[in-house]
Design a protein around this ligand. Structure first.
Ligand code: ADP
Ligand code: GLC
Length: 507
């Protein structure tokens, strides 16, 4: 059977997914896209590493039980075994398979701790990637599509097209590789290559090697049938040297197979009308009263002056250079000197943690926040702030600006990647007010950031203008179903590749 509307068997592999684990947007996407594909009528299996300490204590995680299956791989001369647990994604029929290997995955964080990335990340994620085709075979999943995400799973398309080529159960499987962030590539020393289980001849500059290192993301980009990234603007940015992180050559080469698909958001989890984590639910109709209560609660809990007439800017972010924190560091004193309030939630780079930790002491009643990862607080800040700041240096997609729009919290963003594709700048004219949803700036400069914040504060002081911006944003549709349709188109193109390969093989 063929045709664009047949039910596909889709296996998604990712290193994290909500509600099982989360360090950033990848987890939101893996958890939501799989559900949207399931809603569209496809048969979806999600394969993840099992991080027991991360899933414990998460009430949304449904029962996890063992499949009783065991897998064993030779990891550079050492036999390593793993179990396989299973669960379902709450509210869907998506089956979740969790690779249980405590030595690799029973750690407090998925990728590293305060002293940096784990020394054995190459081994951990090569193991995970190598198990994916094994699991497909043993469980007779016979996927039409193996959808891989970021460097942690970049080895899978290569295995599929080489070691597993023509193997029963995988002979018609197409692979899709999604780049969530090109800055993280899984680069390792060449002596780690044997962990990949690939023949050495593939360690060359066209396939698995980049700039003298084993590169697992490049591996995926070189071998997958189709490539995607998480916004149209980022798709074009990464094909240029400036934003290509050293892989723009391979991306240009594969440009015909690269699509930019904007992420959606989980409209159940991020819904101000039903969100159980915020002190007052509200809709587009009840926005004013609802947000006023949420704002007051944020001001109160962070010891900010409880004044509705002061604009409150929120930030929830990984504290990484990507997020434009050096701009904030250089400009925050000048911004706060003008009287606005800032509330932040973040964790990551020590420098920025220290900067933010010191702020409330230096600006009492005006700046407050929390260093840490706290999903409840993230929701409360989204609901309680008037504006949400994302001055990213680069941003493949970004989800918080879309959450903000849904929560009537006006985003202030740098116009790059997915931020450029999801926020429309208010220029101050009546005409622009018809469509505008926020404020954006282009130059990566502290002065321009501060001017943009001033523009936003000025608009905030004009209640009618502000309310129009809020309503424009709250009306937008960010549902995953729309993005899932685009992924299904990509899957069809990937399947055509497989047909083509099969035909070439027969010739
Ligand atoms: P990235 O994946 O680059 O970090 P995104 O905007 O795509 O950026 O996604 C970040 C996700 O992680 C959002 O769901 C955001 O709310 C969440 N997040 C980031 N930092 C924190 C934090 N400190 N506490 C709770 N949630 C956070
Ligand atoms: C990455 C990107 C972020 C994107 C997320 C989900 O972490 O930094 O912009 O939204 O992946 O695709």
């Amino acid at each position: 059977m063929s045709g664009a509307d047949r039910r596909l068997r889709i296996v998604m592999a990712a290193s994290e997914a909500v509600p099982f684990s989360k360090t950033g947007g990848l987890a939101d996407v893996a958890g939501s896209l799989t559900q949207a594909l399931d809603r569209a009528g496809h048969d979806v299996v999600l394969i993840l590493p099992d991080y027991p300490s991360l899933r414990h204590g998460r009430p949304q995680v449904s029962a996890v039980s063992s499949t009783g299956l065991q897998f064993s791989l030779d990891m550079n001369g050492r036999a390593v075994t793993a179990g396989l647990n299973w669960a379902t994604l709450p509210g869907s029929q998506v089956r979740v398979l969790l690779v249980s290997q405590p030595e690799y995955f029973d750690r407090t964080q998925p990728y590293g701790d305060t002293s940096g990335s784990y020394f054995d990340n190459c081994e951990r994620f090569c193991f995970f990637s190598r198990l994916v085709p094994e699991i497909c075979r043993k469980l007779v999943l016979q996927p039409d599509i193996l959808h891989c995400n970021d460097w942690h799973t970049g080895l899978i398309p290569a295995l599929l097209n080489t070691v597993y080529q023509g193997m029963k159960g995988l002979e018609r499987t197409a692979s899709v590789m999604t780049i969530h962030n090109l800055a993280y590539q899984g680069q390792f020393q060449d002596y780690e290559f044997p962990l990949t289980g690939m023949p050495r001849r593939y360690y060359n500059m066209y396939q698995m090697e980049a700039w003298g290192h084993l590169n697992l993301l490049k591996t995926g980009l070189a071998f997958a049938d189709q490539l995607t990234t998480v916004s149209p603007t980022y798709a074009s940015e990464i094909c240029h040297t400036e934003n290509g992180c050293g892989l723009d050559g391979v991306l240009r080469h594969r440009g015909q197979s690269l699509a930019g698909i904007l992420n959606g958001i989980d409209e159940q989890i991020w819904d101000p009308e039903q969100d159980p984590r915020i002190p007052q639910n509200y809709s587009i109709e009840t926005r004013k009263a609802g947000k006023a209560i949420c704002k007051q609660q944020v001001q109160q809990s962070f010891s900010l002056r409880q004044d509705p007439d002061v604009p409150l800017v929120g930030m929830v972010t990984r504290l990484a250079d990507q997020k434009g924190l050096d701009l904030l560091a250089a400009g925050v004193d000048r911004f706060l000197a003008e009287g606005s309030q800032l509330v932040f939630l973040g964790t990551g780079d020590r420098r920025y943690e220290q900067l933010l930790r010191d702020l409330p002491g230096r600006f009492p009643g005006q700046a407050g926040g929390c260093i840490g990862f706290d999903e409840d607080l993230a929701h409360r800040i989204e609901a309680g702030a008037d504006m949400f700041l994302m001055p990213s240096r680069f941003e493949p997609c970004g989800l918080n600006q879309m959450y903000s729009l849904r929560y009537g919290t006006v985003p202030i963003v740098r116009s790059v990647g997915g931020l450029a594709d999801s926020v429309i700048d208010y220029t101050g004219t009546t005409e622009s007010l018809r469509e505008a949803t926020g404020f954006s700036f282009r130059d990566y400069s502290t002065d321009v950031l501060l001017q943009t914040l001033q523009r936003a504060v000025q608009a905030w002081r004009q209640p009618q203008v502000w309310d129009q911006l809020v309503r424009n944003g709250m009306k937008l549709d960010w549902s995953w179903d729309r993005s899932a349709t685009r992924y299904l188109e990509v899957y069809q193109r990937a399947l055509k590749n497989v047909d083509l390969r099969a035909a070439q093989g027969r010739m």
